[in-house]
Design a binder for this molecule. Structure first.
Ligand SMILES: Cc1cc2nc3c(=O)[nH]c(=O)nc-3n(C[C@H](O)[C@H](O)[C@H](O)COP(=O)(O)O)c2cc1C
Length: 281
């Protein structure tokens, strides 16, 4: 039985989720969506999964493009798991619509609450020591249900979120792909190229031993949080300044932006493009 899970992950929450599901269902191949969909088809797969974070009340653009291009077996068991912090918006509906166009549909959809990782906008929250064990608890259920091929109807966008989507998301969608305009390196950059290799959108090229961001950026923060010398710096995009102030005030977060990534996902995990994960003994 062929099992494939496609994922997108910047700070490791979604890759950790992917690995856990793959381990539980056993023998699953895991493939990042930065691969060319035509090279990694799911035409003969019996189980197909999509795991990604929620970005701007939706799925990251590269995930939509990937699913659009992907050939799938319409009779497969298809699941989707998102990682997020507070608002899921239309993430599941977006993928369901793309699957429907291929004559398939989602059999299972659930979301996992994680540490919010958007350090270019605000400090990580809620605290890791609360969220990591909570994430494990949520994952236990999700892994069990998927391994039993359960059906679970996916969460829909609430009417309030739907009404407010354009107004609230407009400023962020306007800078989609250009989050990297404020990225730069300081003199701690050794030119190791890890930022280039972890980037889930292949947006970074190394020039004269320094990263160059090519404006295909979804603001995932991988280059920032996985830089071994903390040399990657950023200016907060204007669209985020207000959000940053509101969130910091409301949640009494410190000004300082800690560089969060999932503690068990290392840079090398994000660099590999295809991997098969055996079941847990
Ligand atoms: C650019 C960006 C946009 C985000 N937008 C949302 C959102 O709309 N709703 C939400 O609940 N969380 C949002 N988040 C939080 C992420 O969904 C969450 O931290 C996720 O677990 C990150 O996954 P990763 O570690 O696999 O990259 C956003 C994070 C980023 C970086």
């Amino acid at each position: 039985m062929k099992k494939i899970i496609y994922y997108f992950s910047g700070t490791g929450n979604s890759l950790y989720t992917t690995n856990k599901i793959a381990e539980t269902i056993g023998g699953a191949e895991i493939i990042p969506v930065r691969c060319n969909a035509k090279d990694v088809s799911a035409k003969d797969a019996d189980v197909i999964g999509f795991v990604c974070p929620v970005y701007e009340w939706d799925v990251p653009g590269i995930v939509k493009e990937f699913v659009k291009e992907l050939s799938i077996n319409t009779n497969a068991y298809i699941f989707m798991v998102t990682t997020y912090i507070a608002v899921l918006g239309k993430s599941f509906e977006t993928i369901e619509k793309l699957l429907e166009e291929k004559g398939a549909h989602l059999d299972y959809g659930r979301a996992i609450r994680c540490v919010a990782s958007q350090c270019i906008a605000y400090p990580p929250f809620p605290p890791e020591k609360i969220m990591i064990p909570y994430m494990e608890k949520q994952l236990q259920r999700v892994c069990k249900e998927i391994s039993q091929k359960k059906f679970h109807d996916y969460p829909r966008m609430s009417p309030l979120t739907r009404r407010r989507y354009n107004k609230v998301m407009g400023p962020y969608l306007a800078i989609e792909n250009e989050y990297d305009k404020g990225f730069y390196t300081d003199d701690r950059c050794k030119g190791c190229g890890i930022c280039e290799k972890v980037c889930p959108t292949k947006n970074i090229t190394m020039e004269n031993m320094h990263p160059k961001w090519n404006h295909q950026c979804h603001g995932c923060n991988a280059c920032v949080v996985y830089c071994p010398t903390k040399a990657v710096q950023f200016k907060t995009p204007q669209a985020y300044k207000e959000l940053n102030t509101i969130i910091c005030k409301m949640l009494r977060l410190p000004e300082k932006r800690k560089r969060y990534h999932h503690p068990l996902i290392k840079a090398k995990d994000l660099m590999s493009d295809r991997k098969e994960i055996k079941s847990r003994e």
